[in-house]
Design a protein around this ligand. Structure first.
Ligand SMILES: [Zn+2]
Ligand SMILES: [Zn+2]
Length: 135
């Protein structure tokens, strides 16, 4: 029996518990993930579909299915934060790593759709590191 960890959206309307027994952890650099996150890549953990238990706010979940590629996003209708969802095939639960409130059991192990990565991604990793805003 693995440990459970909790997750939530930014506003706290939606909360869940998930088994901390993830199998895969991918950074997805595809064009759709850049749009959805407004950032360089999605950070998605994958596990079994029945590993999750919603603990609050299921009515605040909204799902969007992108028509041209097998691509889904679920988000909080109040704050827009990405939330876990089961893939169309029903075979996997995708958990956005940033929605977790604790450390997952594994580290990222693949950068997928690497060729689609943002043109500024590689240079961005070399940029100055600041505790807050730059002085
Ligand atoms: Zn929210
Ligand atoms: Zn993607």
């Amino acid at each position: 029996m693995s440990d459970k960890i909790s997750g939530s959206c930014l506003c706290g309307a939606v909360t869940y518990e998930v088994q901390n027994d993830f199998k895969r952890f991918y950074f997805c650099h595809c064009g759709q993930c850049q749009k959805i996150t407004g950032s360089a890549h999605a950070s998605n953990l994958m596990t079994e579909p029945d590993a999750i238990k919603w603990t609050a706010g299921e009515a605040h979940k909204k799902q969007f299915n992108y028509p041209d590629r097998d691509f889904t996003v679920v988000f909080c209708t109040e704050c827009g934060s990405g939330l876990p969802f089961v893939t169309k095939s029903g075979k996997a639960l995708i958990v956005p790593a940033g929605s977790l409130d604790a450390q997952p059991n594994i580290q990222p192990n693949n950068n997928i759709f690497w060729a689609e990565r943002a043109s500024w991604y590689d240079d961005g990793k070399l940029a100055n590191k600041c505790e807050g805003f730059p002085s």
